[in-house]
Ligand binder design. Structure first.
Ligand code: ARG
Length: 458
């Protein structure tokens, strides 16, 4: 059967290889629900504007319901000469209703149809990811009370820097994923504009009601310029960026926990339900889920690149190149969804190893900066205090002891302003309690943050 989009202008049937080359039904069939929703809204609008009768509308709506069930059941046979999901649905309608089915495409083009379908799909997918981000934030939050007393080294340049409470780490990830959530919700506002009624590129000479279809489909409004809308994929690319940022955050976390679960670190046990074994080395428990989370991030970032390159040279308005936008967008949503689904139970179920962390916590001079600030409080200029504490640390290093094991006399030899009160800032337990600034790891600051997130995340 010839494609319904080939009008009387053609003087030959299409080459079968062209059909194979141009088809998108192999991947856009997953838009079927959104396509049918859009078609129902369009049919109702056409009837309200007298462009079809109410009997015709009723028949179309009933038939579209049947077609939806057929697609849901997977019983529709896809034919590449029908190219895409839009023509499959329309052809199924024509098969059922004849000329009444042939009226549905009034004042509509596949160009505004695909944009509308895709916006509906991306909107739903954003909502799913947003829910998963909340689940992950809750998983981090669920650890905070139990881990409150555990002190971890904070690193810069992957070198030991200053001591922090374990929940300060968990809250750091809650913040990152909150920005991701807000970014998605902001993107959603631009996704949630109806393209329906833009038709091919210039709108329609028929008196359609774009406001009505937009409202019925749950859009916040409809787009302003038909040329822009026909060509616009910003909304999808922006979503792909939001997903790249989420994947990047997940990847950094995964890398950190892979390191933390090594014998060398010994900070953490990843739940065995989320680890895999080795086919040859019986002792191995491998963090493959975390490694693949890191690895799949490459795909998600690659998809963003694909989309940007896809649109970078397109003149207005719709060009068939745009059909290539679906696989990368679907893949980014699917991949990030799968990563987030596993991240939450890993975060909630991992066990910190307090003894192993504690055993080496006094190594690395995590209290050196606290000692420097002690001297600043006593009036020493920062640069002098910095230099002086460097000398003290050097001495302790040569002797292979932590700062708190130097005697008061040894410390006073560096600066006589040091007195017995210095004991209050030395050692990681004292150092971590010495923080006071907002956003720091001061225990009361961390407690406040935990409580605030408990209120926000419920
Ligand atoms: N399958 C097409 C796509 O995904 C639908 C729009 C086709 N429009 C056209 N004028 N051929 O972009």
């Amino acid at each position: 059967m010839a494609s319904p989009s080939r009008s009387g202008v053609f003087d030959s049937a299409s080459d079968r290889r062209v059909e194979q080359f141009c088809e998108s039904i192999s991947f856009d069939s997953r838009l079927y629900e959104d396509d049918i929703r859009g078609s129902i809204a369009h049919a109702e609008m056409l009837a309200a504007r007298g462009l079809i009768s109410s009997e015709e509308r009723d028949q179309i709506v009933v038939a579209l319901g049947e077609i939806r069930r057929e697609l849901e059941a997977g019983s529709m046979e896809f034919r590449i000469e029908l190219e895409d999901i839009h023509m499959h649905v329309e052809q199924a309608l024509i098969d059922r209703l004849g000329d009444i089915g042939r009226k549905l495409h009034t004042a509509r083009s596949r160009n505004d149809q695909i944009s509308t379908d895709f916006r509906l799909w991306v909107r739903g997918a954003i909502d799913r990811i947003e829910g998963r981000l909340v689940d992950l934030q809750r998983a981090f939050l669920s650890r905070c009370d139990d881990d409150f007393e555990i002190i971890l080294p904070a690193y810069t340049h992957m070198q030991r820097a200053q001591p922090v409470l374990a929940p300060h780490y968990w809250l750091a990830y809650i913040e990152k994923f909150e920005r991701d959530r807000q970014r998605l919700l902001d993107c959603r506002r631009r996704v949630n504009q109806s393209a329906l009624g833009v038709a091919a590129v210039a709108g329609s000479t028929l008196d359609i009601d774009r406001e009505a279809t937009a409202r019925q489909l749950g859009f916040d409004g409809f787009t302003a310029n038909s040329l822009d809308t026909s060509s616009d994929r910003d909304f999808a690319i922006e979503a792909a960026f939001c997903l790249s940022m989420i994947a990047t955050h997940l990847s950094g976390w995964a890398e950190e926990w892979i390191l933390w679960s090594t014998v060398e670190f010994g900070f953490l046990k990843i739940p065995h339900a989320f680890c895999t074994g080795s086919s040859i080395m019986p002792q191995k428990v491998n963090p493959d889920v975390l490694e693949l989370t890191r690895g799949k991030t490459a795909r998600v970032i690659g998809n963003l690149q694909t989309l940007l390159v896809l649109v970078k040279g397109l003149p207005l308005a719709y060009n068939r190149d745009l059909q290539e936008d679906k696989p990368p967008v679907f893949d980014s949503f699917d991949t990030v969804d799968a990563c987030l689904e596993l991240a939450a139970p890993i975060v909630a179920g991992a066990e910190l190893r307090p003894e192993s962390i504690r055993a080496r916590l006094e190594e690395g001079y995590l209290d050196a900066t606290t000692l420097m600030e002690y001297l600043i409080r006593r009036g020493l200029p920062q640069r002098r205090a910095h230099h002086l504490v460097g000398g003290i640390v050097g001495e302790a290093m040569r002797r292979g002891v932590p700062l708190k094991e130097l005697t008061l006399e040894e410390l006073r030899a560096h600066d006589p302003q040091i007195d017995a009160s210095v004991a209050d800032v030395l050692g990681v337990d004292n150092a971590v309690r010495a923080f006071v600034s907002p956003g720091s790891s001061a225990p009361d600051q961390v407690r406040q943050q935990i409580d605030a997130w408990k209120t926000r995340l419920g």
